[in-house]
Design a binder for this molecule. Structure first.
Ligand SMILES: [Zn+2]
Ligand SMILES: [Zn+2]
Length: 179
């Protein structure tokens, strides 16, 4: 069975983005494909209803867990799903977050990744997408500040890290895929 390529071990990943994040979604798919054993497909959708139903009007932010739960109840199949939105998101106990993975569904918000430097902005998007998809594949946070699975507490953390897994995380993933 030597002809069997690693493609067979790749998990299907559906990236669902709002229309205005077209290039961001394509970049994210590209980064995820390069760094992780996933086979991404990008689709565009109107997520406004999910956004408004999971918004916290007082905070002016979207509750990331509620957003994923709300979308998840409308999702079908067993693909991994990554949602991409423009609204600021948060989880309880934090002022904000860049993304969140919950079950087989994750969300990335570009709200706090924006920069007048387009290249910097896109590199942040790529890192946050790989990070959340890494969680969907079972990876946890890594202590290596240059690893994509390092927890970004601020945008400086994101800018410091790369868009790839460190050797240790790559090995962890390899073991879990082969199990
Ligand atoms: Zn994380
Ligand atoms: Zn790592």
């Amino acid at each position: 069975m030597a002809a069997q390529s690693s493609v067979g071990l790749r998990r299907r990943l559906r990236i669902v983005a709002v229309e205005e994040l077209k290039s961001e979604a394509v970049e994210g798919a590209d980064a995820a494909r390069a760094a992780l054993p996933v086979d991404p497909v990008v689709v565009y959708a109107d997520l406004s209803e999910h956004v408004s139903r999971s918004s916290n009007k007082i905070r002016g932010q979207v509750n990331a867990v509620r957003f994923i739960e709300h979308f998840g109840s409308h999702a079908d199949g067993d693909d991994l799903v990554l949602l991409m939105i423009t609204e600021d998101i948060y989880i309880d106990g934090f002022n904000y977050c860049f993304g969140l993975a919950y079950g087989r569904c994750a969300v990335v918000s570009v709200h706090r990744l924006r920069s007048s430097d387009r290249q910097l902005y896109i590199s942040r998007v790529r890192k946050e997408v790989v990070h959340e998809v890494g969680h969907l594949l079972g990876l946890r946070h890594c202590r290596d500040p240059s690893c994509v699975m390092y927890f970004s507490n601020s945008i400086e953390d994101t800018d410091r890290k790369g868009e790839e897994l460190c050797q240790r995380c790559a090995l962890t993933l390899q073991k879990s895929v082969m199990r």
